[in-house]
Design a protein around this ligand. Structure first.
Ligand SMILES: Cc1cc2nc3c(=O)[nH]c(=O)nc-3n(C[C@H](O)[C@H](O)[C@H](O)COP(=O)(O)O)c2cc1C
Length: 176
């Protein structure tokens, strides 16, 4: 059955799931990778875990992250260079560290554009390109000025849980 846009929850046996919770649950069915946006603000270094990373354009090379207005990183990211760090399967602790569950201080790699995290699966250093209103988020587009990747399993996020994408399932570059 296809739900109408304004229909209530489609969960058998449950009739009163709050709409926002149901919306999150529905969005959560879209599996993503996990990334950390890192940059130097005015007084401190920021890192924020995101799964809203999207590639946007090849020429010029543009990527996008969607940052909640309520976060500490939000205001300071405006107009600043940043790095998107794509996490490997063994980096769940890093994801939690930058999502409000601090653990041991991670290792940083300094760069002229923006700092990045050591040994991530891939990274994209970006200069600020544009910022768009995204409701209670802002869509920050960055122009990629440097990037790299290593081999390894990818960290993924789906249904509110971390999971692993084995490296053997990567490798369709020739199709894209
Ligand atoms: C897997 C995962 C994905 C997330 N994706 C986003 C995202 O795309 N955008 C965002 O603003 N916050 C996202 N968050 C939440 C932020 O990481 C979290 O709110 C952050 O810790 C806010 O930092 P602050 O409390 O220091 O402001 C995500 C959290 C997790 C665990």
């Amino acid at each position: 059955m296809i739900a109408k846009p304004d229909a209530g929850p489609e969960i058998p046996g449950r009739t009163s799931v709050p709409r926002a919770h149901h919306f999150r649950g529905s969005l959560g069915r879209f599996a993503t990778g996990v990334a950390i946006v890192t940059f130097d603000g005015v007084t401190k270094r920021h890192g924020i875990t995101v799964n809203s990373f999207t590639s946007v354009s090849m020429e010029p090379p543009l990527v996008l992250v969607s940052i909640a207005r309520a976060t500490k990183a939000h205001d300071e990211l405006a107009g600043r260079p940043f790095t998107v760090n794509i996490l490997g399967a063994e980096q769940r602790q890093l994801a939690m560290h930058f999502a409000g569950r601090p653990g041991p201080e991670p290792l940083w790699v300094e760069s002229a554009t923006a700092p990045r995290l050591s040994n991530v699966l891939a990274w994209f250093e970006c200069q600020p390109w544009a910022a768009y209103d995204g409701g209670d988020h802002t869509l920050y587009l960055g122009e990629v000025v440097d990037f790299n990747y290593r081999n390894g399993d990818a960290l993924a996020f789906a249904n509110s849980a971390f999971t692993t994408i084995p490296e053997s399932q990567l490798g369709m570059e020739d199709l894209l």
